[in-house]
Ligand binder design. Sequence first.
Ligand SMILES: [Zn+2]
Length: 371
Amino acid sequence: MTSSSSALKAKYSSKSVLMATAALAGAATLLVPSTATYAAETSTSAAAANSAAEATSVVKVSYSAVLYQTTGTSSTPLTFAQWQQLGFPAPTTVGSIPGTVYFKYGTSPAVLAQAPGQPAHVLTWDQWVTAGMPAPQNKSNEGLIKLSWAPEIARMTNLQTGAGYPMSFQEWANNGFTAPAVQQRIIGDQFYQYAGSPDVWYAGPGVNRKITFAEWVGAGQPTPSVRGTVSATAASNAWGLIKPVNARVTSEFSTARMHPTLGYVRPHLGIDLGAACGVPVQATRGGVVSSSTYDSGGGYSVTINHGIVNGVPLYSSYLHLRQPGLAAGTQVATGTVIGYVGTTGSSTGCHLHFEIKPNNQAQNPRNFLAF
Ligand SMILES: [Zn+2]
């Protein structure tokens, strides 16, 4: 038991990462005896050990190198200089330093001892017996929790409300490396996504970050809530735009080109994306559908008003849709399906004609996002 605990400490001491190992998952079972063990066993040697200590002025406990000078019911840690001043008296090892606080958390059966001015220490059975088996304070609403699917440990300040914070390695050390309770979820924790992105994030007392698919599965695949609508997007470009369809460009933006069906030079004020008929068309960004029309040129088409983006009123248009798209006035988020690829209007085959219009004037969509 002791060697497992030491090995665990050594393992963590050699790492700068915050407890990033699955070894902790098993820690709860190997660090300490159970409450039942503490309660069931008794000893008669503890009282004798304590009375022997009272006559001694310089003492220490077995689990710490710190020397104390005791006077009655209080004790003071000795500095080296103070010990020198006293003539280096050999310390007597005692079961308990006066003023030591004994306690246990609601998440672990371990009894911890905290001597004045010292970090807490998880007592072994023998150390607790030698200390006279003091009844520990029950900090039943506090403790340490590790999620079964993540390496971080949360120091819980209120188990009932789920309040806590990420525990540092140092604080864990100061808690005597108390084994955390291992749980799949913590009260009040949240799984969430940003609109337009498949990534799942977790927010809880010990962890607040994007999680992996394996972690999400380990957490029981909870349904994430959605945060953000208009501005939150998977797009990495400065305009926050996504491609309306995933397809290659079949015709570029141009201010002068030979129109394929009309047979004369006419500007092509958008980019053609060669998607198959029926492929869903996604809003490049959130906004409101400002028009949803049919005419012999663009066929069924939708225009979205994205509001002011980067200081500019921004619009986008989607032409040649298979059928009427979303109605004018409809609120859309980035990625909302606003219609389906078609070949209505003046078109030679299935494709999406896509326009970006800052100040309502078409510019090359390649200037706004990568295709
Ligand atoms: Zn076109």
